[in-house]
Design a protein around this ligand. Structure first.
Ligand code: COA
Length: 342
């Protein structure tokens, strides 16, 4: 019987650092509001001309190298982004061409901030079924291009940052590390709590996009911040408890909790609800902001390479590997957990 595990991780952050004081030049806001309400102090912005697939390329190369593989050993590419290179076809195709992977299967998924965990679930099932041996998952976001500094858009605009992360999933032959569970949820009743209305076939007219859509801000994210905050805290906390229950564990068994880096105040509320010691929680949202689906793979890679997950900081537990719980929540609503032994 084949099990799967994470073979390699990688990430890429564009070099340009944008502080809250820089954001204050783009919209009417203050450093005090941003820090008090979100904890974010800076984020990265890609340069003009840089796309989601461009950011994903170095992240993917790093993950494949970390896995000890050559790029031509990848046989499925999964891509998640809410900032695709073009309206169509999917962003995975553009990334595939840049990675030089002609002929392999590619799959775009659109699960917003939970894209990494949905991607892990798909990869895990394909690897365990023997359909694909090495699956590359890329999550990349150029959210700076979606910033709307208007009165209606600034509540979310202050959170956003750019970045890309990637994982390689493949067969586990050491019997020690592996993907133990992936648990996926969604509730489309909340879809309009954070969404972009245009362009869209639901607008009820012939034109794909109009000047009025642009003038009315329909091309920008619109967020009911309180609904997103409350649902994010509730669903990510539930996802933690559900994963522990399904796997017959308690919080004491978990070495590292990596939540989606939505907003520091949300993370603090989740930490209080699930009663996890803060030193077990990986947090980088102050430095990079909310990078949607890119948050989790970047955090996992940084946690590994900082020694928090795989280094000598803590003694190995549960059969030698660190037990890492990933949880995510995003627009849709979508939420999910993955328990992995690294
Ligand atoms: C973004 C967030 C901090 C905004 O807080 P909020 O209380 O919900 O904000 P609201 O949109 O209701 O606005 C409250 C007040 O703050 C103001 N405000 C909103 N954004 C602002 C900004 N960037 N700067 C200054 N003031 C701002 C509003 O104008 C409003 O002022 P008013 O009462 O005078 O009208 C909060 O909703 C939040 O963190 N939500 C979760 C967001 C998130 O994590 N999203 C990603 C999920 S993956």
């Amino acid at each position: 019987m084949i099990h799967s595990r994470i073979l390699g991780t990688g990430h890429y952050l564009p070099p340009k650092v944008v502080t809250n004081f820089d954001v204050m030049k783009m919209m009417e806001t203050t450093n005090e509001f941003i820090v008090e309400r979100t904890g974010v102090r800076c984020r990265r912005h890609a340069e003009p001309g840089v796309s989601a697939s461009d950011l994903a390329v170095p992240a993917c190369r790093a993950a494949v190298e970390d896995a000890g593989l050559r790029m031509d050993q990848i046989d499925l590419l999964i891509m998640n982004t809410i900032t695709p290179d073009h309206a169509d076809p999917g962003c995975a195709f553009f990334l595939q061409a840049k990675l030089g992977l002609p002929g392999i299967a590619v799959l775009d998924i659109r699960q917003q901030c939970a894209g990494l965990i949905y991607g892990l679930a798909v990869a895990d099932h394909f690897v365990r079924a023997g359909t694909f041996r090495h699956v590359l998952i890329a999550c990349s976001e150029v959210l700076s291009k979606r910033i709307d500094g208007s009165y209606d858009g600034r509540n979310i605009a202050i959170l956003l940052g750019d970045g890309a992360g990637a994982l390689v999933v493949g067969p586990s032959d050491d019997g020690r590390t592996g993907i133990l569970s992936t648990i996926l949820h969604a509730d489309g009743a909340g879809a309009k709590a954070l969404y972009t209305a245009a362009p869209g076939s639901a607008l009820g007219r012939m034109e794909h996009i109009t000047k009025e859509d642009i003038d009315a801000g329909r091309v920008h994210f619109r967020m009911d911040g309180k609904a997103v905050f409350d649902n994010g805290v509730a669903r990510m906390s539930e996802a933690v408890f559900e994963s522990l229950k399904v796997n017959g564990l308690t919080m004491a068994d978990i070495d590292v909790l990596i939540p989606h880096q939505a907003n520091l105040r949300m993370l603090e509320a989740i930490v209080a609800r699930v009663a996890v010691p803060m030193e077990k929680v990986f947090v980088n949202v102050q430095e990079y902001g909310n990078m949607a689906s890119a948050c989790l793979p970047i955090a996992l890679d940084q946690a590994r390479k900082s020694g928090m997950v795989c280094g000598p900081v803590r003694p190995p537990v549960l059969g030698g590997g660190r037990l890492v719980l990933l949880v995510a929540f995003g627009s849709g609503f979508v939420w999910a957990s993955a328990l992995v032994r690294m």
